[in-house]
Design a protein around this ligand. Sequence first.
Ligand SMILES: C[S@@+](CC[C@H](N)C(=O)[O-])C[C@H]1O[C@@H](n2cnc3c(N)ncnc32)[C@H](O)[C@@H]1O
Length: 322
Amino acid sequence: MDYESLFAMLSEHGMESWSTLLKKQLDDYFISINHGDYPRWKELIETLPDLTPSKIDFNSASIVIGTDNDCSTEQQAFISQKLKSLMPWRKGPFNLFGINIDAEWQSNLKWDRLKDQIEPLNDKLILDIGCGNGYYGWRMLGQGAGYVVGFDPTLLFYMQFSAFKKYLPDAAIDIVPLGIQSLPRYPLCFDTVFSMGVIYHRRDPVEHLQQLINCLNPDGQLVLESLIIDSNDTDVLEPDGRYAKMNNVWAIPNVNTLTSWVKDAGFQDIRIIDVTKTGPDEQRVTEWMQFESLADYLDGKDENKTIEGYPAPVRAILVAYK
Ligand SMILES: C[S@@+](CC[C@H](N)C(=O)[O-])C[C@H]1O[C@@H](n2cnc3c(N)ncnc32)[C@H](O)[C@@H]1O
Protein backbone atom coordinates (compact mmCIF):
# COMPACT_ATOMS: atom_id res chain seq x y z
CA MET A 1 0.00 0.00 0.00
CA ASP A 2 1.24 3.43 -0.89
CA TYR A 3 1.07 5.74 2.14
CA GLU A 4 2.76 8.76 0.52
CA SER A 5 -0.40 10.89 0.46
CA LEU A 6 -1.05 10.06 4.13
CA PHE A 7 2.49 11.09 5.11
CA ALA A 8 2.17 14.30 3.11
CA MET A 9 -1.21 15.10 4.66
CA LEU A 10 0.11 14.55 8.19
CA SER A 11 3.07 16.84 7.53
CA GLU A 12 0.79 19.52 6.08
CA HIS A 13 -1.32 19.37 9.25
CA GLY A 14 1.59 19.89 11.63
CA MET A 15 2.11 16.17 12.39
CA GLU A 16 5.51 15.84 10.73
CA SER A 17 7.08 13.90 13.63
CA TRP A 18 4.25 11.39 13.56
CA SER A 19 4.52 11.09 9.80
CA THR A 20 8.19 10.12 10.21
CA LEU A 21 7.45 7.71 13.05
CA LEU A 22 4.55 6.09 11.19
CA LYS A 23 6.67 5.60 8.08
CA LYS A 24 9.22 3.70 10.16
CA GLN A 25 6.52 1.67 11.96
CA LEU A 26 4.91 0.69 8.66
CA ASP A 27 8.24 -0.18 7.02
CA ASP A 28 9.10 -2.37 10.03
CA TYR A 29 5.64 -3.95 10.00
CA PHE A 30 5.63 -4.91 6.34
CA ILE A 31 9.26 -6.10 6.36
CA SER A 32 8.76 -8.40 9.34
CA ILE A 33 5.16 -9.47 8.67
CA ASN A 34 4.90 -13.20 9.32
CA HIS A 35 1.14 -13.82 9.01
CA GLY A 36 0.80 -17.14 7.17
CA ASP A 37 -1.97 -15.88 4.85
CA TYR A 38 -0.32 -12.58 3.92
CA PRO A 39 1.51 -13.73 0.74
CA ARG A 40 -1.71 -15.30 -0.61
CA TRP A 41 -3.84 -12.27 0.28
CA LYS A 42 -1.29 -9.86 -1.19
CA GLU A 43 -1.18 -11.78 -4.45
CA LEU A 44 -4.95 -11.93 -4.50
CA ILE A 45 -5.19 -8.11 -4.35
CA GLU A 46 -2.45 -7.75 -6.99
CA THR A 47 -4.24 -10.08 -9.40
CA LEU A 48 -7.59 -8.29 -9.21
CA PRO A 49 -8.18 -6.92 -12.71
CA ASP A 50 -7.46 -3.27 -13.47
CA LEU A 51 -10.84 -1.61 -13.87
CA THR A 52 -12.14 1.94 -13.64
CA PRO A 53 -15.30 2.38 -11.56
CA SER A 54 -17.88 4.48 -13.44
CA LYS A 55 -19.96 5.02 -10.31
CA ILE A 56 -19.09 5.70 -6.69
CA ASP A 57 -21.59 6.16 -3.87
CA PHE A 58 -20.51 6.42 -0.25
CA ASN A 59 -23.88 7.72 0.92
CA SER A 60 -26.00 4.66 0.31
CA ALA A 61 -26.37 1.86 2.87
CA SER A 62 -24.18 -0.32 0.65
CA ILE A 63 -20.93 1.39 -0.35
CA VAL A 64 -20.88 1.34 -4.15
CA ILE A 65 -17.65 1.23 -6.13
CA GLY A 66 -18.22 0.48 -9.82
CA THR A 67 -21.10 -1.27 -11.55
CA ASP A 68 -21.47 -4.55 -13.40
CA ASN A 69 -21.19 -2.60 -16.68
CA ASP A 70 -17.57 -1.76 -15.82
CA CYS A 71 -16.39 -5.37 -16.17
CA SER A 72 -17.09 -8.55 -18.10
CA THR A 73 -19.11 -11.39 -16.57
CA GLU A 74 -15.88 -13.40 -16.28
CA GLN A 75 -14.08 -10.55 -14.51
CA GLN A 76 -16.99 -10.13 -12.12
CA ALA A 77 -16.99 -13.87 -11.30
CA PHE A 78 -13.20 -13.74 -10.80
CA ILE A 79 -13.40 -10.76 -8.42
CA SER A 80 -16.28 -12.35 -6.52
CA GLN A 81 -14.31 -15.56 -6.02
CA LYS A 82 -11.26 -13.60 -4.81
CA LEU A 83 -13.33 -11.55 -2.38
CA LYS A 84 -14.89 -14.74 -1.05
CA SER A 85 -11.42 -15.95 -0.14
CA LEU A 86 -11.17 -12.87 2.10
CA MET A 87 -14.10 -14.11 4.22
CA PRO A 88 -15.34 -13.62 6.88
CA TRP A 89 -16.72 -10.19 5.96
CA ARG A 90 -17.78 -8.72 9.29
CA LYS A 91 -18.65 -5.13 8.32
CA GLY A 92 -20.54 -3.89 5.27
CA PRO A 93 -22.48 -3.98 3.02
CA PHE A 94 -20.38 -3.12 -0.02
CA ASN A 95 -21.13 -3.36 -3.70
CA LEU A 96 -18.01 -3.72 -5.85
CA PHE A 97 -18.63 -3.84 -9.61
CA GLY A 98 -22.11 -5.25 -9.01
CA ILE A 99 -20.97 -7.84 -6.45
CA ASN A 100 -23.10 -7.46 -3.35
CA ILE A 101 -21.00 -8.18 -0.25
CA ASP A 102 -23.62 -8.79 2.40
CA ALA A 103 -21.48 -8.73 5.54
CA GLU A 104 -22.39 -10.08 8.97
CA TRP A 105 -23.16 -6.57 10.24
CA GLN A 106 -25.52 -4.16 8.55
CA SER A 107 -23.13 -1.40 9.57
CA ASN A 108 -25.31 1.19 7.85
CA LEU A 109 -27.76 0.93 10.77
CA LYS A 110 -25.18 2.21 13.27
CA TRP A 111 -24.10 4.92 10.84
CA ASP A 112 -27.72 6.08 10.49
CA ARG A 113 -28.00 6.31 14.28
CA LEU A 114 -25.07 8.67 14.60
CA LYS A 115 -24.51 10.56 11.35
CA ASP A 116 -26.87 13.46 12.04
CA GLN A 117 -25.91 13.77 15.70
CA ILE A 118 -22.18 14.39 15.38
CA GLU A 119 -20.26 17.49 14.29
CA PRO A 120 -20.37 17.85 10.49
CA LEU A 121 -17.41 16.03 8.98
CA ASN A 122 -16.83 18.43 6.06
CA ASP A 123 -13.11 18.83 5.39
CA LYS A 124 -12.36 17.32 8.80
CA LEU A 125 -9.37 15.20 9.64
CA ILE A 126 -10.68 11.95 11.13
CA LEU A 127 -9.04 9.17 13.12
CA ASP A 128 -11.01 5.91 13.37
CA ILE A 129 -9.55 3.58 15.99
CA GLY A 130 -10.55 -0.07 15.47
CA CYS A 131 -11.86 0.80 12.02
CA GLY A 132 -12.35 -2.82 10.86
CA ASN A 133 -12.34 -2.99 7.05
CA GLY A 134 -13.05 0.73 6.75
CA TYR A 135 -16.80 0.63 6.10
CA TYR A 136 -17.39 3.70 8.27
CA GLY A 137 -14.39 5.51 6.81
CA TRP A 138 -15.97 5.42 3.34
CA ARG A 139 -19.23 6.69 4.86
CA MET A 140 -17.24 9.54 6.47
CA LEU A 141 -15.85 10.46 3.04
CA GLY A 142 -19.47 10.47 1.83
CA GLN A 143 -20.15 13.14 4.46
CA GLY A 144 -17.31 15.27 3.07
CA ALA A 145 -14.45 14.29 5.42
CA GLY A 146 -11.10 15.77 4.37
CA TYR A 147 -9.02 12.68 5.23
CA VAL A 148 -9.77 9.51 7.17
CA VAL A 149 -7.03 7.55 8.93
CA GLY A 150 -8.08 4.15 10.28
CA PHE A 151 -6.12 2.02 12.74
CA ASP A 152 -6.85 -1.69 13.05
CA PRO A 153 -4.39 -4.51 13.74
CA THR A 154 -6.47 -7.28 12.11
CA LEU A 155 -4.64 -7.98 8.86
CA LEU A 156 -7.66 -9.56 7.14
CA PHE A 157 -9.64 -6.33 7.52
CA TYR A 158 -6.74 -4.35 6.09
CA MET A 159 -6.67 -6.71 3.08
CA GLN A 160 -10.42 -6.32 2.57
CA PHE A 161 -9.93 -2.54 2.59
CA SER A 162 -7.04 -2.88 0.13
CA ALA A 163 -9.35 -4.54 -2.41
CA PHE A 164 -11.47 -1.36 -2.53
CA LYS A 165 -8.55 1.07 -2.31
CA LYS A 166 -7.05 -0.62 -5.37
CA TYR A 167 -9.90 0.84 -7.40
CA LEU A 168 -9.78 4.28 -5.73
CA PRO A 169 -6.08 4.85 -5.10
CA ASP A 170 -6.52 8.61 -4.70
CA ALA A 171 -9.33 8.39 -2.12
CA ALA A 172 -8.51 10.36 1.03
CA ILE A 173 -8.61 7.32 3.28
CA ASP A 174 -5.95 4.95 4.57
CA ILE A 175 -5.89 2.09 7.02
CA VAL A 176 -2.82 1.46 9.13
CA PRO A 177 -2.69 -2.22 10.18
CA LEU A 178 -1.52 -1.39 13.71
CA GLY A 179 -3.26 -1.12 17.07
CA ILE A 180 -3.91 1.99 19.15
CA GLN A 181 -0.82 1.18 21.23
CA SER A 182 1.31 2.24 18.24
CA LEU A 183 0.09 5.84 18.46
CA PRO A 184 2.68 8.28 19.80
CA ARG A 185 2.52 9.73 23.31
CA TYR A 186 2.79 13.31 22.02
CA PRO A 187 -0.41 15.13 21.00
CA LEU A 188 -1.95 14.76 17.53
CA CYS A 189 -4.46 17.09 15.92
CA PHE A 190 -7.48 15.29 14.54
CA ASP A 191 -10.86 17.03 14.38
CA THR A 192 -12.91 13.93 15.16
CA VAL A 193 -11.82 10.64 16.71
CA PHE A 194 -14.04 7.58 16.47
CA SER A 195 -13.68 4.57 18.76
CA MET A 196 -16.52 2.16 18.08
CA GLY A 197 -16.65 -1.35 19.48
CA VAL A 198 -13.19 -1.13 21.04
CA ILE A 199 -13.30 0.20 24.62
CA TYR A 200 -14.67 -2.99 26.22
CA HIS A 201 -11.76 -4.89 24.68
CA ARG A 202 -9.25 -2.61 26.45
CA ARG A 203 -8.03 -3.59 29.92
CA ASP A 204 -7.95 0.03 31.08
CA PRO A 205 -10.89 1.98 29.60
CA VAL A 206 -9.84 5.35 31.03
CA GLU A 207 -6.36 4.94 29.59
CA HIS A 208 -8.00 4.17 26.22
CA LEU A 209 -9.97 7.41 26.48
CA GLN A 210 -6.84 9.35 27.46
CA GLN A 211 -5.12 8.04 24.33
CA LEU A 212 -8.10 9.23 22.29
CA ILE A 213 -8.17 12.73 23.84
CA ASN A 214 -4.46 13.03 23.10
CA CYS A 215 -5.24 12.66 19.38
CA LEU A 216 -7.76 15.51 19.28
CA ASN A 217 -7.55 19.20 18.44
CA PRO A 218 -8.52 21.50 21.34
CA ASP A 219 -12.10 21.72 20.02
CA GLY A 220 -12.19 18.19 18.61
CA GLN A 221 -15.01 15.69 19.08
CA LEU A 222 -14.96 12.10 20.30
CA VAL A 223 -17.51 9.62 18.95
CA LEU A 224 -17.48 6.60 21.23
CA GLU A 225 -19.53 3.44 20.90
CA SER A 226 -19.58 0.68 23.47
CA LEU A 227 -21.49 -2.32 24.64
CA ILE A 228 -23.38 -1.25 27.74
CA ILE A 229 -25.46 -2.79 30.49
CA ASP A 230 -28.84 -1.12 30.16
CA SER A 231 -29.55 -0.95 33.90
CA ASN A 232 -28.89 1.34 36.85
CA ASP A 233 -28.43 -1.70 39.09
CA THR A 234 -25.11 -2.73 37.55
CA ASP A 235 -22.35 -0.10 37.29
CA VAL A 236 -20.06 -2.32 35.33
CA LEU A 237 -20.12 -5.97 34.29
CA GLU A 238 -16.77 -7.72 34.29
CA PRO A 239 -17.57 -11.02 32.58
CA ASP A 240 -16.11 -14.16 34.10
CA GLY A 241 -14.78 -15.72 30.90
CA ARG A 242 -16.54 -15.00 27.66
CA TYR A 243 -19.34 -12.55 26.91
CA ALA A 244 -21.59 -13.56 23.98
CA LYS A 245 -18.82 -16.03 23.10
CA MET A 246 -16.35 -13.12 22.76
CA ASN A 247 -12.93 -13.31 24.35
CA ASN A 248 -11.24 -10.30 25.87
CA VAL A 249 -14.32 -8.42 26.99
CA TRP A 250 -12.95 -6.82 30.15
CA ALA A 251 -15.68 -4.44 31.29
CA ILE A 252 -19.14 -3.45 30.10
CA PRO A 253 -20.35 -0.28 31.85
CA ASN A 254 -23.83 1.16 32.23
CA VAL A 255 -24.24 4.63 30.69
CA ASN A 256 -23.48 6.41 33.98
CA THR A 257 -20.19 4.57 34.38
CA LEU A 258 -19.31 5.10 30.71
CA THR A 259 -19.99 8.81 31.13
CA SER A 260 -17.80 8.99 34.27
CA TRP A 261 -14.93 7.25 32.47
CA VAL A 262 -15.19 9.80 29.64
CA LYS A 263 -15.25 12.65 32.18
CA ASP A 264 -12.30 11.20 34.11
CA ALA A 265 -10.27 11.17 30.90
CA GLY A 266 -10.81 14.93 30.58
CA PHE A 267 -13.70 15.22 28.12
CA GLN A 268 -16.62 17.63 28.55
CA ASP A 269 -20.12 18.26 27.10
CA ILE A 270 -20.76 14.52 27.17
CA ARG A 271 -23.98 13.34 25.51
CA ILE A 272 -25.42 9.88 24.96
CA ILE A 273 -26.93 10.05 21.49
CA ASP A 274 -28.20 6.50 21.10
CA VAL A 275 -28.90 3.29 22.98
CA THR A 276 -29.94 0.29 20.88
CA LYS A 277 -30.26 -3.41 21.54
CA THR A 278 -28.52 -5.41 18.83
CA GLY A 279 -31.02 -7.46 16.85
CA PRO A 280 -30.84 -10.24 14.27
CA ASP A 281 -31.57 -7.76 11.47
CA GLU A 282 -28.27 -6.01 12.28
CA GLN A 283 -25.93 -8.94 13.01
CA ARG A 284 -26.45 -12.28 11.31
CA VAL A 285 -24.95 -15.13 9.30
CA THR A 286 -24.76 -14.38 5.57
CA GLU A 287 -23.23 -15.88 2.46
CA TRP A 288 -20.16 -13.70 3.19
CA MET A 289 -19.87 -14.63 6.90
CA GLN A 290 -20.75 -18.25 7.43
CA PHE A 291 -19.58 -18.71 11.03
CA GLU A 292 -21.71 -18.16 14.12
CA SER A 293 -23.41 -14.83 14.71
CA LEU A 294 -25.76 -13.11 17.17
CA ALA A 295 -28.42 -15.86 17.19
CA ASP A 296 -25.75 -18.35 18.33
CA TYR A 297 -24.52 -15.99 21.07
CA LEU A 298 -27.93 -15.68 22.73
CA ASP A 299 -29.73 -18.07 25.06
CA GLY A 300 -32.02 -20.12 22.79
CA LYS A 301 -34.84 -19.82 25.35
CA ASP A 302 -34.42 -16.16 26.32
CA GLU A 303 -33.19 -13.68 23.74
CA ASN A 304 -32.59 -11.12 26.52
CA LYS A 305 -29.66 -13.19 27.77
CA THR A 306 -26.37 -14.22 26.25
CA ILE A 307 -25.53 -17.89 26.15
CA GLU A 308 -23.47 -17.29 29.33
CA GLY A 309 -26.50 -15.80 31.11
CA TYR A 310 -25.43 -12.12 30.91
CA PRO A 311 -27.71 -9.36 29.58
CA ALA A 312 -27.90 -9.55 25.78
CA PRO A 313 -25.84 -7.00 23.79
CA VAL A 314 -27.01 -3.39 23.97
CA ARG A 315 -24.83 -0.61 22.54
CA ALA A 316 -24.60 3.10 23.32
CA ILE A 317 -23.11 5.91 21.27
CA LEU A 318 -21.70 8.92 23.11
CA VAL A 319 -20.22 12.18 21.88
CA ALA A 320 -17.93 14.46 23.89
CA TYR A 321 -15.52 17.35 23.38
CA LYS A 322 -11.93 17.81 24.44
C1 LIG B 1 -16.07 -4.86 17.41
S1 LIG B 1 -14.96 -4.43 16.14
C2 LIG B 1 -15.55 -2.80 15.75
C3 LIG B 1 -15.31 -2.41 14.32
C4 LIG B 1 -15.92 -1.07 13.93
N1 LIG B 1 -15.30 0.03 14.63
C5 LIG B 1 -17.40 -1.06 14.18
O1 LIG B 1 -17.86 -0.29 15.02
O2 LIG B 1 -18.12 -1.82 13.53
C6 LIG B 1 -13.47 -4.10 17.06
C7 LIG B 1 -12.29 -3.77 16.14
O3 LIG B 1 -11.19 -3.36 16.96
C8 LIG B 1 -10.02 -3.89 16.38
N2 LIG B 1 -8.97 -3.91 17.41
C9 LIG B 1 -8.59 -4.93 18.20
N3 LIG B 1 -7.53 -4.56 18.97
C10 LIG B 1 -7.25 -3.28 18.64
C11 LIG B 1 -6.25 -2.36 19.06
N4 LIG B 1 -5.34 -2.69 19.97
N5 LIG B 1 -6.24 -1.12 18.51
C12 LIG B 1 -7.16 -0.78 17.57
N6 LIG B 1 -8.12 -1.63 17.13
C13 LIG B 1 -8.17 -2.85 17.65
C14 LIG B 1 -10.45 -5.25 15.87
O4 LIG B 1 -9.57 -5.75 14.88
C15 LIG B 1 -11.83 -4.95 15.33
O5 LIG B 1 -11.81 -4.61 13.97
